[in-house]
Design a protein around this ligand. Structure first.
Ligand code: ADP
Ligand code: MG
Length: 242
């Protein structure tokens, strides 16, 4: 059974049609990379999946629940986490608090339970010793690993990533990709918008190529990178893999 089912998704900002009928499904445990040129609607699509944005037509079902009519957005977001390009950490809270607060607020956990979980997940991303540091003192790669730990503390069924390495200095991309690859191996369902073709090729089960608000082509990494069918896909890959 599909854990995510997107059907004919449509979204406009005023006169601008940004999503023009997007359809795809994701099975539990799949890692999907979404690639495509800037402005093609990738972020808007992810934001719709997490109810950060409304949509005008079509449907998004997450675990069988239509996102638009979900009775409780917090409940939906317990199931669907998101990692942003700009980390979105609370800079006036230390690393531990960043991971503890959402658990207490949304999952109603006790502080002790939330701290235990936070330390476990910070350990997994290699940042246990930074628990009491403030985000401003961390590198971009460390901040993004905190953001991933914070998301994982919520034990989401699905984790969405919107260009998680695009704001990083090149030497920090590897540590974040490694963290993501570890999650993929653990069987987490992930939808990753990325320009990192190595991740798309080596760590995902399926690749979706989007352009102009449409899914132009989808397939296994072998299919998309080895034998793309659509001219638009070929042109994009020729540019990005140059
Ligand atoms: P991508 O992530 O693929 O680069 P986006 O989803 O960010 O694409 O944007 C798709 C298009 O929608 C772009 O033309 C962008 O300028 C426009 N857009 C995105 N968000 C808004 C918004 N809140 N208001 C108006 N236009 C927007
Ligand atoms: Mg984007």
């Amino acid at each position: 059974m599909a854990i995510i089912e997107v059907k004919d998704l449509r979204k406009s900002f005023g006169n601008l049609d940004v999503l023009c009928g997007i359809s795809f499904e994701v099975e539990k445990g799949e890692v999907i990379s979404v690639i495509g040129p800037s402005g093609s609607g990738k972020s808007t699509m992810l934001r719709c999946m997490n109810a950060l944005e409304t949509y005008d037509g079509g449907s998004i079902q997450i675990l069988g629940q239509e996102v638009k009519t979900a009775p409780d957005i917090n409940d939906l977001r317990k199931h669907v986490g998101m990692v942003f390009q700009q980390f979105n950490l609370f800079n006036h809270k230390n690393v531990l608090e960043n991971c503890v607060m959402p658990q207490m607020k949304v999952l109603k956990k006790s502080r002790a339970e939330a701290v235990e979980e936070a330390m476990l997940q910070l350990g997994k991303v290699g940042l246990k010793e930074f628990a009491h540091a403030y985000p401003d003192t961390l590198s971009g790669g460390q901040k993004q690993r905190v953001a991933i730990a914070r998301a994982i503390c919520m034990h989401p069924d699905i984790l969405l990533f919107d260009e998680p390495t695009s704001a990083l200095d090149p030497e920090m991309v590897g540590e974040v990709l490694k963290t993501m690859e570890d999650l993929a191996k653990e069987g987490l369902t992930m939808v990753v918008v990325t320009h990192e073709m190595s991740f798309a090729r080596d760590a995902s089960n399926r690749v979706i190529f989007m352009a102009d608000g449409l899914v132009v082509e989808e397939g296994t990494p072998e299919e998309i990178f080895g034998a793309p069918k659509q001219e638009r896909t070929k042109a994009f890959l020729a540019k990005i893999l140059r």
